[in-house]
Design a protein around this ligand. Structure first.
Ligand code: SIN
Length: 310
């Protein structure tokens, strides 16, 4: 049973869901991060009467997401999750890096209550804006008694933080959970659950450096035809402490790049192999010299490596 008095905290960070265009039929020439989260909520009559609190954490296009915003967001989530009257949190975000923030929050907070990220592929001013429905669905999930962990709610699907990925640059139904599949579907405000909600151990907000300069430099290099050792050498020269290689197929790496990565690893740089295929899991063997990132995408493997270096 839902507790009708429980509060959902809405944390705004920007994105297309808060974006505006001059022309309502313009779905690409808009400016992201223009409208505050409180205004987005007030524009939705279906949310009237639901106990909600709104806070603007940032107002950014998520391509520009920063460590400072991540840390502030994690800290505010932790603070609100600790309040007994709060049943869950909704984070409005841009779609472009939503999956990275989702994995970051899951690894830092591993919350026993739901932290529900949502976004939109069309700006708030669009004829067919998907933001209002996504926002409504996100609140439904944040109030769902069985929900926990960091999830993303978009286009009627609930995706887990580990699995969610943006797979299309334009389609409204732009997110997917790969082999794992969605956690649940949302149909007319009702959840149909397919599998378990995200769980795990929290790293804790207190381990996140206050100064963005103190976050370890971890970069992604891609293995491709003609890949060169010089890329890895330049990154190591710039102080990289970790490197993720977006490898081909089942984690294979161009021989020149591999030689440079092995050399970097021998000097203490942490290296992880992910796959650029965007689906599936890299299957390693015990004799592998470079560790594999399993089913984490290169971007999430980077988050993982960065957090493990803190
Ligand atoms: C963004 O990621 O902030 C802009 C793109 C979007 O939200 O779809």
């Amino acid at each position: 049973m839902q507790d009708q008095t429980a509060t959902v905290v809405m944390l705004g960070t920007g994105g297309t869901i808060a974006g505006t265009a001059v022309d309502a039929s313009d779905n690409v020439g808009y400016t992201a991060a223009q409208i505050g989260v409180a205004q987005l909520v007030h524009a939705l009559p279906a949310l009237a009467g639901t106990p909600l609190e709104m806070e603007q954490v940032a107002q950014v296009d998520s391509k520009d997401m920063s460590f400072a915003v991540w840390r502030e967001l994690a800290a505010r989530c932790a603070r609100h999750l600790a309040r007994p009257e709060v049943c869950g949190i909704v984070v409005t975000h841009g779609t472009d890096t939503l999956e990275e923030t989702a994995w970051f929050l899951q690894r830092v907070l591993a919350p026993a209550k739901p932290v529900v990220m949502t976004a939109a592929m069309r700006p708030a001013t669009a004829l067919g804006s998907d933001g209002p429905q996504n926002l409504l669905d996100a609140v439904t999930v944040a109030r769902f008694p069985g929900a926990r962990g960091v999830v993303a709610v978009l286009a009627g699907r609930v995706h887990g933080a580990r699995d969610v990925r943006k797979i299309h640059p334009y389609r409204v139904d732009a997110f997917d959970s790969g082999d794992a599949g969605a956690i649940a579907a949302l149909e007319e405000g009702v959840l149909r659950c397919f599998r378990a909600w995200p769980a795990g151990e929290a790293m804790g907000v207190e381990r996140l450096p206050a100064d963005p300069q103190d976050w370890p430099l971890v970069e992604i290099v891609t293995s491709h035809a003609g890949a060169r050792a010089a890329t890895v050498q330049a990154l190591c020269g710039a102080g990289a402490r970790g490197l993720v290689v977006a490898a081909t197929g089942n984690g294979t790496v161009h021989r020149d790049l591999e030689a440079a990565l092995l050399e970097a690893q021998a000097r203490g740089v942490r290296v992880l192999r992910s796959t650029r295929t965007r689906a599936g899991s890299v299957i390693g063997v015990p004799r592998d010299a470079l560790h594999v990132a399993g089913d984490l995408t290169p971007e999430k493997a980077r988050v993982e490596l960065m957090l493990s270096l803190l």
